[in-house]
Write a protein that binds this ligand. Structure first.
Ligand SMILES: Nc1ncnc2c1ncn2[C@@H]1O[C@H](COP(=O)(O)OP(=O)(O)OP(=O)(O)O)[C@@H](O)[C@H]1O
Ligand SMILES: [Mg+2]
Length: 364
């Protein structure tokens, strides 16, 4: 296994598109690291540079201690799994998995050992004689994973390998990938724009935006202490509410629909500052009737999710939503007061979007 380190890595495509704008990142040996960000933010470009499928415009990429900038993909000791798994249609599952090893002149008994082991891990044993067209999408994806596993690489690279699968299979395969990682412990870098996938799979989440890193951290870290408004609203579903506010005194911010307390030890902000106030829908609670604090809320509609319901509405002229357990009684009034514990109120610089947390919230 090996770590992967990136030092000020840049990519400018011919034609001038700056896809990756100087990324510095240490991916620990044996970790499952997810590159997460919206379409076009440079995730695939970064992964393809690590794989050697794109040239590096500037900066240094290391796999282990070796600089790989000018090393051929086949010499980098990596294996890549793509969204489009591109199996050889005329070959059986066994041959699809064995093909790369045969090509490299791996001894026959070693090929048998590795393919048998991969087939066992991926539960492909009953399918070894079939051809790709005789498999479901999920099974094909497992064969593509098998083809990567038999290489026994230092690093696995995944580019949205689940996005061709239906919703249920995505969840199943996601769990299988994580289970496999727990067994193989190989350094894995996984690209997705799906924040749920990132949260559930990763040891380390790297949130990217427009060719840059917004934040690096453990999933719950990034969720609880977002370094920017971008991260705050990108991670979490339904998205974090974002409201305009003004700090009126240490520990209190005034909003259109009322006011909220925040932790004055976490956020040191001069009174009078205009800020953006973030509160997750699951952190808002209905205030008791004798409570003066909190925000006014006018209910508009309800989304039933089964275990929970999302109540959508507004506070003044701004949209606001909160989550209730389905088992909790739904108040009959259409206007309510909502409040949130000070520990879950996030504040962001109105103009830059950076978190105003005293310690910078682990920003990159
Ligand atoms: N071969 C290319 N030539 C020129 N520009 C490119 C090329 N490939 C990608 N780009 C541009 O580089 C930027 C980053 O693309 P990239 O494919 O890395 O994004 P991504 O984060 O993987 O997006 P997605 O989630 O849609 O796959 C985009 O603006 C894209 O249009
Ligand atoms: Mg991509």
């Amino acid at each position: 296994m090996a770590s992967v380190t990136l030092e000020n890595v840049k990519k400018v495509y011919p034609g001038g598109v700056e896809a990756v704008k100087g990324i510095t990142l240490a991916i620990p040996d044996g970790s499952f690291t997810v590159l997460l960000g919206p379409s076009g933010c440079g995730k695939s470009t970064l992964l393809r540079m690590i794989a050697g499928l794109e040239t590096v415009t500037d900066g240094v990429i290391r796999i282990g201690s070796r600089v790989v900038n000018n090393i051929e993909p086949s010499e980098r000791d990596i294996a890549m799994v793509f969204q489009n798994y591109a199996l050889y249609p005329h070959m059986t599952v066994w041959d699809n998995m064995a093909y790369g090893l045969k090509n490299r002149g791996t001894p026959k008994d070693e090929i048998v050992r590795r393919v048998t082991e991969a087939a066992r891990l991926l539960e492909l044993e009953p399918l070894l004689k079939r051809r790709p067209r005789e498999l479901s999408g999920g099974q094909r994806q497992r064969v593509a994973m098998g083809r990567a596993i038999v290489r026994e690489p230092q690093v696995f690279l995944f580019d949205e390998p689940l996005s061709n699968l239906d919703a249920k299979l995505r969840v199943q395969t996601r769990i299988e990938i994580r289970r496999l990682h727990n067994r193989l412990k190989a350094t894995s870098i996984f690209v997705t724009h799906d924040q749920v996938e990132a949260m559930t799979l990763a040891d380390l989440v790297v949130v990217m935006n427009q060719g840059r890193i917004e934040q690096v951290g453990a999933p719950l870290d990034v969720y609880r202490r977002p370094a920017s408004r971008f991260v705050a609203t990108f991670i979490g579903s339904p998205a974090m509410n974002m409201l305009r506010g003004r700090v009126v005194e240490p520990g209190r911010v005034e909003l259109e629909g009322g006011s909220l307390a925040f932790d004055p030890a976490e956020f040191v902000i001069p009174s009078g500052s205009e800020v953006d106030v973030g509160v997750r829908p699951e952190d808002l609670v209905i205030a008791s009737s004798d409570e003066a604090a909190g925000l006014s809320f006018t209910r508009e509609f309800i989304e039933e999710l089964g275990a929970t319901r999302v109540v959508h509405g507004s506070s003044g002229s701004e949209l606001l939503s909160f989550i209730l357990a389905s088992s909790a009684p739904l108040p009959s009034e259409t206007t309510l007061r909502l409040t949130a514990p000070s520990s879950v109120v996030h504040l962001f610089d109105r103009s830059t979007g950076a978190s105003l947390r005293r310690d910078g919230a682990g920003s990159a």
